[in-house]
Design a protein around this ligand. Sequence first.
Ligand code: PLP
Length: 398
Amino acid sequence: MHSAARLDTLGTEQAYVVLAAARRLEAAGHKVVHLEIGEPDMPTPPHVVEAGVRALRDGLTRYALAAGVPELRDAIARSLATRGVRATAENVVVTPGAKPALFCTALSLIAPGDEVLCPDPGFPIYESVVRFAGGRPVYYPLDETREFAPHVEAIAERITARTRVLILNVPHNPTGGVATTRDLAVLADLAQRHDLWVISDEVYGQIRYDGRRDSIAALPGMSDRTVIVDGFSKGYSMTGWRLGYGVMPASLTDAMTTLIINNVSCTATFVQYAGIAALTGPQDAVTRMVAGLRAKRDLLVRGLTAIDGISCASAAGAFYCFPDISGVLERTGGGLTCKSFAERLLAEQHTAVLAGTAFGPGGEGHLRLCYATEPAELERALAAIRRLVGKLAPVPAD
Ligand code: PLP
C-alpha cells in the first residue's frame, strides 16, 4: 500500500531529524548541548498560563467558531497597530500555529504552475507547501553584506509573467536578518507593479534588537495583497500551545475558513483565551526575554568570530546565528561540508546545530545556531566548536 503521490512533494524540517539523533545520544547517557531547535527558553508568561487554565475551568472546552473566537480576532487586529497595520477582526483567521496559517495561505493563493519567490536560505516549509500546492519555488538570495537583508535587486530579476507570490520572512529564519524600510518600500512597489501577493511571515516580529516593528502590509496599497502569517510560539514562548493566525484581505477569509473547517474545525478554544491574555496583558516578560536574547547573541557572535576561519553577522532579529564556516572547511582541503561538520560536532562533541544547507543550497558553508538557551550552554557549544575546529584544521604555526 502506498500513500497518494501528492505527498511526495512534501518536504520536512532537518531540525527534527537532528533532535532525534541528539535524543539518541542522551538516551545513551551523554549530555548534549541543544542549539538545533528554534524555540525560546523562557516559560510561557504565568498570566497567560493562568488564563488558559481559567478558560478550561470555566468550561470553554467546546468547538469555537472556525475562524476563531471573536475576542481573539479582535485583539489580534488591534495588536497590529504596533506594526502600523490597520485591520479589523474580519481580516483575521486564527489557526493552530503559524504553520497551518502558512499552509492554508499557500493552498488558497497558489495555482499549479505559479512561480513563488522564496528565500534561500529559508524556512524549509516554504518550499514544501509551495510544491504541495502545485507551484514552483524560485529562490532568491539574501544580502550577506547587509546582515542577510532580502536581496531586492535579485528578487526583481527573478520576477516573470508566472510569478504570483513573494514570500518574505522578517526577521528571518535561519539568519536573523531584517529588511530596511527602503527594502520594504522597493518590494511593495515591485509587488504592486507585477500584481503579486506577498506572504509576510512575521513570527519573529517581536524579537528585534533594533527597536523596529514594521510590516510590508502597512505600506500604501499593500494590505489588499498581503497575508501576514504570525503566531504566539516565538514571542510569547507558546510553541506547544499551537496558536497562530493569518491577517488578510477580507475577501480571502472565506477560503481560509473553509480550509480550516475541512481540516481542524477550529483552534482549541481555551488556547485562544490564553492568546487574548498574551496580547492584552503585560508585555514585560517579552521585553525581558528579548533583552536576554540580545546578550546571548552578543556572547555567541563574539565567541564565533574569535575562531580562525569563522565569520558571523550580528543580526537584528530572531534568535539565530548563521556563521560562515567556509574558512574552516577550506582548510580541510574540501573534505568536509557544513553538513558533515554539523554531524561531527554532534557525534564527537555532543553539540547539536543545523547545517546551513538544511535551509537550502544558499546555506552552504554555514551553520545555524539557536542561542535561546543558558549562557553556560553557549559557552559549552563554543568550546566544542573550538575543539572540533582545532582537531580538523590545525592553524599552521608561522
Ligand atoms: N515561520 C518560521 C519562519 C518559523 O521559523 C516557524 C517555526 O519554526 C514557523 C513559521 C512556525 O511557527 P508555529 O510554531 O507558530 O507553527
